[in-house]
Design a protein around this ligand. Structure first.
Ligand code: LLP
Length: 428
């Protein structure tokens, strides 16, 4: 019925997270509120680190892709779980540094990094820069400081939730294409610099992927490129970064793969391919974003008005919406939605859940099956831990909600909610 192990129903029939009644959490912290379960986040981290240990002799590291949800507390958790970090902006880097994240385990990504961002990264001692384009090679070399770099490659494997295609895929704003010779030219350019050392290659084939095969194919393609660089430039790179992308359950029937199965397959392909190509097994990097906080988070709202338009639909309006979760609007993303007080009962009503923002498209779901709802009820939207808070906005000058973390039956605020005074704080 639920999408994550941290969720359950108590004797009152109420939804719980981390063993605590969500109605109590809504009363204590107000709504809207995002609630996350620390044990679930840690378990999700461990699924990656233990798979690397079990199937790849521990010769690798999972990097948390902090774009999924960046705040100091989750950086601290990722650090404690022995993960590295993927950041894509000065803001994500600043957050990580504020959380005392070890800079040598940070990978700096981005398709258009500024000089200021690169300077900040090198000054902070960031371990690796993932280079996206030729200008960046010049920019970085021009800074005159030593830097370890990876190249972002377009492997020509494009994956979506249920299917993948092998394309030229030259048409992407990210990275260097293989088939045009751009990638090998970039590798040559880096090798010829004075300050940069080429330690590895990276790819990211998509997000919310349910299939293992595209990852296997991407690994094969990248190892082929590593062999080419070795043959043509005499450089054997030591790091292979396969990016993120493992899908999670948004709906109870979603067939999200287990990380362990995924990893077992990918590790096998790498072993075989390295043997065939005469390469030393590279240090393996994975960059899970969504699958770390995604299943561990829920959002609680309060139902305001219920507007029944006969023969059309019933709108249920909540006190949040596109400002805290733009994913239905942007991608038509589907979520499991519950009346938190009736979580154990069958979902019998069909509702369109509307937000409180001035925009007709501000919906969280259309034609969703939910238990009966009336004004004042607490509504729970599941699996909102990734790319919700991270993509939140202040449209209509609505403050962002707080983020609360559960541990051992206790809740603590890890990101304070904004106030209306914050809405005018930067105004001059
Ligand atoms: N590494 C790189 C280079 C990435 O671009 C991404 C995500 C990740 C890792 C993490 O991927 P994940 O494991 O989360 O799939 N806003 C969209 C998702 C955008 C993903 C962007 N890149 C959404 O809400 O579905």
């Amino acid at each position: 019925m639920f999408t994550s192990d941290c969720l359950n129903v108590n004797e009152k029939g109420h939804l719980t997270i981390g063993g605590v009644d969500t109605l109590d959490l809504a009363a204590r912290h107000g709504t809207p509120v995002m609630v996350m379960d620390e044990a679930q986040i840690r378990a999700n981290c461990r699924a990656y680190t233990s798979s690397i240990a079990q199937y790849y002799g521990g010769h690798g590291m999972a990097l948390y892709a902090s774009k999924a949800f960046s705040c100091k507390e989750i950086c601290r958790i990722a650090k404690e779980e022995g993960m590295g970090l993927d950041v894509v902006s000065a803001g994500e880097l600043y957050t990580a540094l504020q959380a005392d994240f070890p800079p040598q385990h940070i990978y700096f990504h981005g398709n258009n990094k500024s000089l200021a961002e690169l300077e900040m990264a090198l000054d902070a001692g960031v371990g690796y820069i993932v280079i996206d384009n030729m200008q960046e090679i010049e920019l970085l070399e021009g800074m005159g400081k030593p830097a370890q770099v990876l190249l972002r490659i377009k492997p020509g494997v494009e994956a979506h939730t249920h299917e993948f295609i092998r394309t030229g895929q030259i048409d992407s704003k990210f990275g260097f294409a293989l088939e045009t010779g751009e990638a090998i030219a970039a590798a040559r350019a880096v090798v010829q610099t004075q300050h940069l050392s080429l330690v590895g290659i990276h790819c990211h084939i998509g997000s919310q992927i349910f299939d293992v095969a595209p990852f296997e194919l991407a690994a094969q393609v990248l190892l082929g490129f590593m062999a080419k660089v070795k043959a043509e430039l005499g450089v054997e790179m030591s790091q292979l970064n396969l990016g993120g992308g493992i899908g999670i359950k948004y709906l109870p029937d979603d067939a999200a793969p287990s990380y362990t199965v995924y990893f077992e397959h990918v590790a096998q392909v790498i072993e075989q391919q390295c043997a065939a190509l005469g390469l030393t097994k590279p240090f393996l990097l994975l960059e899970p974003g969504r699958s770390i906080p995604g299943p561990a988070g829920i959002t609680l709202y309060t139902v305001g008005n219920v507007k029944e338009i006969s023969d059309v639909r019933t709108y249920v309006a909540v006190d949040g919406g596109m400002g805290d979760n733009p994913r239905y609007m942007m991608y038509g993303a589907k979520y499991t939605i519950l009346n938190a007080a009736k979580a154990g009962e069958p979902a019998t009503e069909t509702y369109t859940i509307a937000g409180r923002y001035c925009e007709s498209g501000d919906l969280l779901a259309e034609h969703a099956l939910v238990q009966p709802l009336q004004p004042g009820d607490v509504l729970a939207v599941l699996s909102t831990g990734a790319y919700n808070y991270a993509m939140a906005s202040n449209y209509n000058r609505v403050p962002k909600p707080p983020v609360v973390m559960m541990r051992d039956g206790e809740s603590r605020v890890i990101v304070r909610g904004e106030t209306i005074e914050d809405m005018a704080r930067l105004d001059v």
